[in-house]
Design a protein around this ligand. Structure first.
Ligand SMILES: Nc1ncnc2c1ncn2[C@@H]1O[C@H](COP(=O)(O)OP(=O)(O)O)[C@@H](O)[C@H]1O
Ligand SMILES: [Mg+2]
Length: 264
């Protein structure tokens, strides 16, 4: 019989970050972070430039490691090191993912199809299972009509949708997006946020999205995490303190941050 140590929750735990500290080039940039995210949640990760948002995402992906002596760890789907089977559940949409090289001519469908590529099927012709995933992903992001269009013809918002579709085609259940709103006009921004919200509600996807556009993300995400070296706020979007009081925290923080980085 399987034992459950945490006790069964209503929604499955997707991410558990425990007492995490991460160093880059010898300086601690993320410290004592605790975060739990359940299936179907849409979480916005905000904070000023250099506050450790990308670092946190890269650590969740396993590309950066916790500082060993500080005892922190990251569990994704309950596991500390992901097997290949678990890795496909994570869809990574990196910062500036939509900045595709201009000289590459590729259609939207081809771009999305890249999401289904893996070491096992690389040299095999596209099978119906893979095509199906591609078409479903195109449908989910609303790009069916533009599937045969060259990606260079897309607007910023459409390109972000295409990049999200690429992650969805890999069958990712947990989407990590780093600044997907940059370079996206206001109308597309709203429809992109609506898309992510729908993916959570209708497809039970889990989304962790970084943005420094606090206003936009607060309107869309159910929950906001404000990171600045450590977690300063984690709660419902409507309870986020106003920006001036966060700026106050920031002022205090800089003094401490400076000591920590430079004082020995
Ligand atoms: N490759 C790197 N090597 C060393 N330090 C880095 C590197 N990338 C980022 N940093 C530093 O780590 C801190 C957090 O950066 P980052 O996670 O990129 O912040 P954010 O995504 O919130 O803007 C910053 O002080 C930044 O200068
Ligand atoms: Mg960043």
């Amino acid at each position: 019989m399987g034992l459950s140590f945490d006790g069964e929750k209503e929604s499955r735990n997707v991410l558990k970050v425990e007492n995490l500290s991460v160093a880059r080039s010898g300086s601690i940039v993320v410290e004592g972070v605790n975060i739990e995210i359940g299936e179907g949640e849409f979480v916005g990760l905000v904070g000023p430039n250099g506050s450790g948002k990308t670092t946190l995402l890269l650590t969740i992906l396993g590309l950066l490691k916790p500082v060993p002596v500080m005892g922190g760890r990251v569990l994704v789907y309950g596991k500390e090191s992901l097997s290949r089977g678990d890795l496909v559940k994570i869809g990574w949409v990196p910062q500036a993912a939509a900045n595709l090289p201009k000289h590459i001519r590729i259609t939207v469908r081809e771009l999305v199809r890249l999401g289904t590529l893996n070491v096992k099927n690389m040299f095999w012709p596209i099978d119906s299972g893979r095509s199906e995933k591609v078409e479903k992903a195109l449908e989910m992001v609303g790009l069916v009509e533009l599937a045969a269009t060259d990606v260079s013809k897309l607007s910023g918002g459409q390109l972000q949708r295409a990049v999200i579709a690429r992650a969805l085609a890999s069958e990712a259940d947990f989407l990590l997006l780093d600044e997907p709103l940059v370079g996206v006009d206001l109308a597309s921004r709203n429809s992109l946020l609506k898309l992510l919200d729908d993916l959570c509600h209708e497809e039970n996807k889990t989304v962790l999205m970084v943005s420094h556009d606090v206003t936009a993300i607060t309107q869309a995400a159910h929950r906001i995490i404000y990171l600045e070296g450590s977690v300063r706020f984690d709660g419902p979007s409507e309870e986020i303190p106003d920006f001036s009081s966060l700026a106050g925290l920031r002022g205090i923080r800089h003094v401490h941050g400076y000591e920590r980085h430079h004082g020995h």
